[in-house]
Design a binder for this molecule. Structure first.
Ligand SMILES: [Zn+2]
Length: 182
């Protein structure tokens, strides 16, 4: 089912809602999230800047799922089918700026993927990250087609295929920014 065509004003409104939601979720989860442990850092330290790994926090939820954003009702009024919107409770993990919230104990690849998002937020800032995430979703028609997700997926796959062959995630993200791919 195709997504509805939104006006520019509606896109701005949705982006603002998403940014506010991300900020609120970060504040909710950050107090009980913990720094990466030594093993987690060791596994990915040759891919990410040390400052990014130091600032990241993770929380693994137990007996609790992340709810969908409060503005989903408004999106449905705008013409979105609920099934076309990302269902947060079904996602393995979600990153709110520098705080990774997971529904289950995670693998190195999932952690890597979420840390790519931490670095994307760091480079773009919350406002720009959100605007590009929303426009990517609206243009691509699905969660998987969002360029910020495609970038993270491409890099986590590269890591999973060769976990000791280091590369700079920061450079890879920057190359996508410079090429206007987000
Ligand atoms: Zn992702």
């Amino acid at each position: 089912m195709p997504l509805p065509k939104l006006s520019d004003a509606q896109i701005v409104w949705v982006s603002r809602q998403v940014a506010g939601y991300i900020d609120t979720q970060r504040q909710t989860y950050r107090p009980r999230a913990v720094p990466l442990d030594r093993n987690q850092k060791t596994a990915v330290q040759s891919f990410f800047p040390a400052a990014t790994l130091d600032s990241a926090r993770v929380v693994v939820l137990a007996g609790e799922r992340i709810g969908n954003p409060p503005f989903y009702g408004e999106l449905i009024k705008m013409g979105f089918a609920l099934a076309s919107l990302p269902d947060f409770a079904q996602m393995a993990a979600i990153t709110y700026v520098d705080t990774v919230v997971l529904h289950e104990p995670f693998t190195g690849r999932v952690l890597f993927h979420e840390l790519v998002h931490v670095l994307q937020y760091e480079k773009l800032g919350l406002e720009q990250f959100t605007a590009k995430y929303v426009s990517g979703f609206l243009n691509g028609g699905s969660y998987e087609a969002i360029p910020l997700e495609m970038n993270a997926h491409e890099l986590d796959a590269r890591f999973a295929a060769a976990p000791t062959k280091s590369f700079s995630v920061a450079n890879e993200i920057q190359a996508w920014i410079d090429a206007g791919r987000f």
